[in-house]
Structure formats: structure tokens, C-alpha cells
Design a protein around this ligand. Structure first.
Ligand SMILES: *Cc1c(COP(=O)(O)O)cnc(C)c1O
Length: 378
């Protein structure tokens, strides 16, 4: 077997697309003006920032004034959860979230828990899905916020966001969703889905690292993330990262137009890999009974160590993840897989492959061939 390079870790990060880079380059070179300055190169930067805001607003069906640029998914999640709770008043001291959230949400909740908040962590079923009825049952007059991810970064399982949004609308509770994995792959309509706050990260959708947005519905009470000048309505001040903002706008524009074709292509590659892997009795697919994002495949390999297989895959030029990238290096089994009822051993034996529209059937075949060879050895 000839050695190849196969990037199958798009849920960890993606390559900047050539289109995005081309749009960004002028703002890293001659168009370096501060978007708040009055002279020509400053005004050009301002126009570019506001164009990007419009592109993103159009993609998720909101007004441009409801888009706030941040440094990425982690910052947006922190701001949403903390900002809503801080502005809600001391009688609203309860948060509802799920057991399968990204650590950016979970650890913000843990921080607030130490400050005296009560947190309800709604479990997932064996398919990796949270039941909106459980969310409704957990609501109390003290509930300040419901935070449920749009789609899980480890399994790709899509969560009942519209149903949860409808429940939160009826009870008048702000609803935050971490859409970092979903954005660019699924059609999002914050208005129809009754979403009050939504997090997106650029580097998960072929824009650069260090840029993201928090959508904040008009009229939502939220405290400042930082204090400074008047940028981002004075809620998230600091000189705009013009080039990265332009890149994020371009990525949304690009992906929105090709979304359906990309989704079908990506899903075909993922399903091809899984059909080949499932020929082995040692392999099971986690979350296969859930509704999933097109590109993510999370498997368990009976009797194996995921980290060890990962290193063997790397020797063959394959980039993948064991559990989630944010927890690799720590020896904790994945909290998501544990929440779905997997044993420690099954969680430690897990691997995640994540494809996108640039992946090919040859990539999937190469992964399957290499993995079969590894399974024969161990
Ligand atoms: C990657 C990711 C984040 C963190 O985003 P950064 O931009 O890397 O900070 C948050 N939530 C989910 C679901 C993610 O996949």
C-alpha cells in the first residue's frame, strides 16, 4: 500500500479555503487601516467588516446588528453562558445544559456552579441525543438560561434545537446553542428556530483560527464580555480583526451556496468508510442511531486503545482524533461517550474521523485499508 496523506480531522480544524485567503490578503497587506479611522483605508476596513457581518447575518437569518465578532467558539460560549447569567439577577440562579456539551460550555457552567449557581446536566440517550422533554421538565422559575449544542463535536449527533427553542420561547427563557460544528453544514435560521444566542467558530468552516461570532438576539439582556471602546456595540470592544472577519464572511458566503451538494458528497464518503469498517466485528459506530452531521464518524474498536491506533494511523499519514482533541493528552475517557452509556474501555477505544467536501472516496478506502491492517497486527 502506497503511503498517502489523508486529513480526516475536520471537526478539530479545517484548512483555510483559497477563496477565503484571497479575500483576506488585502487586509493583511495594504488595507491595514483601523476600521474606526476616518481616512480612506480605515473606511475600507469598516466597509469590509460590515459586509462580512451582513454575509453572516444572511446565512443564519438575522439582522447584522445581532452579529458580534469574537475570537472563536470558546469565547462565544463563555460569553453567552456567563453574560446571560450575570445580567439575569440573583433570583435567576439555575442553568440547564446537557452532559455532552463542549468543555467551553461545561467548564463555564462548572465555574458558575462554584459561584452558587445550580446546573442541571441533561443526559443523552444511547444514540447520543438529548430529549427536549427532559429539558422542559427541568425548567424552574429560577432558570436563567438553556444551553444545548446544535451538533456534537465528538459523535456528530444533531440535537433537537428547534424543539428546545420552542420550549424556551414558551417559558420566556433565553436559549443558547453552540453551533460550532453545525455552521456551514446545516441550514440555520435563528428566527424560525427561536434561538436567542448562537456560537460559531471560523476555523471549523475553512476560515482562520481566532475568529468567531456570537449571535445575540435583539432585546436579550447580556453583560459585557470586556470593557474598552465602542466596537461591537461596546459589549465586546477592541480593534476589529479585519482580515479574519473578512475571511469568516467569505467562508459563510462560499459555504451557503454549495451547502446541499457539499453535504451529500461528505455524507457519501463518511458512509462509505463506515460500511467498510463495519465489515469487522470489532468495530461499532457510536451515535449511528442518531441523526448526524454528514462528515463525522466516531467508532469504538473492541479491545484496542484509541490513542495507540491514532499513533499508528499517523505513521501511515492519516490525521484523526481519539475522543475529542480538547481532551487528548488527558487520560479521562470521553464525557460524551460515557454520557451515552459506553463503558470506560469502549470510550478509551474510540476514534473520530471527520470529513468535509474536499475528502474523497479514496481517502475513506485508504483509512479502511490501513485500519484493517492495524487490527490484524494488534
Ligand atoms: C471547536 C469547538 C469549540 C471551540 O471553538 P474554538 O474556536 O476552537 O475556541 C466549541 N464548541 C464546539 C462544539 C467545537 O467543536
Amino acid at each position: 500500500m502506497e503511503k498517502r496523506f489523508v486529513y480526516a480531522d475536520n471537526a478539530a480544524t479545517t484548512a483555510i479555503s483559497p477563496y477565503v485567503l484571497e479575500k483576506m490578503l488585502p487586509f493583511l497587506t495594504e488595507q491595514y487601516g483601523n476600521a474606526s479611522s476616518v481616512y480612506s483605508i480605515g473606511r475600507k476596513a469598516r466597509t469590509a467588516v460590515e459586509t462580512a457581518r451582513e454575509q453572516i447575518a444572511a446565512a443564519i437569518s438575522c439582522s447584522p446588528e445581532e452579529i458580534f465578532f469574537t475570537s472563536g467558539g470558546t469565547e462565544s460560549d463563555n460569553w453567552a453562558v456567563r453574560g446571560i447569567c450575570e445580567s439575569a439577577g440573583s433570583e435567576k440562579n439555575h442553568i440547564i445544559t446537557s452532559a455532552i456539551e463542549h468543555h467551553a460550555v461545561l467548564n463555564t457552567c462548572r465555574f458558575l456552579e462554584k459561584k452558587g449557581y445550580r446546573i442541571t446536566y441533561i443526559p443523552a440517550d444511547s444514540s447520543g441525543t438529548v430529549d427536549p422533554a427532559d429539558i422542559e421538565k427541568a425548567i424552574t422559575p429560577e432558570t436563567a438560561l438553556v444551553s444545548l449544542m446544535y451538533a456534537c463535536n465528538e459523535t456528530g449527533v444533531i440535537q433537537p434545537v428547534s424543539e428546545t427553542g420552542e420550549i424556551c420561547r414558551r417559558y420566556g427563557i433565553p436559549f443558547h446553542t453552540d453551533a460550532v460544528q453545525a455552521a456551514g453544514h446545516l441550514r440555520i435560521n435563528v428566527h424560525e428556530q427561536n434561538i436567542s444566542l448562537l456560537s460559531v467558530s471560523g476555523h471549523k468552516l475553512h476560515a482562520p483560527k481566532g475568529i468567531g461570532i456570537l449571535y445575540i438576539r435583539k432585546g436579550t439582556n447580556i453583560s459585557n464580555l470586556m470593557f474598552g471602546g465602542v466596537q461591537e456595540n461596546a459589549l465586546r470592544p477592541g480593534t476589529e480583526n479585519t482580515a479574519a472577519i473578512v475571511g469568516l464572511g467569505a467562508a459563510f458566503e462560499n459555504l451557503s451556496s454549495d451547502m446541499d451538494a457539499n453535504r451529500r458528497h461528505t455524507e457519501k464518503i463518511r458512509n462509505h468508510l463506515e460500511s467498510r469498517l463495519l465489515e469487522s466485528k470489532k468495530i461499532s459506530v457510536n451515535g449511528i442511531n442518531g441523526t448526524r452531521l454528514p462528515g463525522i464518524s466516531n467508532i469504538s474498536v473492541k479491545g484496542a486503545d484509541g490513542e495507540q491506533i491514532l499513533l499508528m494511523l499517523d505513521l501511515k499519514g492519516i490525521c484523526a482524533s481519539a475522543g475529542s482533541a480538547c481532551t487528548s493528552g488527558s487520560s479521562e475517557p470521553s464525557h460524551v461517550l460515557k454520557a451515552m452509556g459506553l463503558s470506560d474501555a469502549a470510550a478509551y477505544s474510540s476514534l473520530r474521523f471527520s470529513f468535509d467536501h474536499l475528502s474523497s472516496a479514496d481517502d475513506a478506502d485508504y483509512i479502511a485499508d490501513v485500519l484493517n491492517e492495524i487490527l490484524r497486527k494488534i
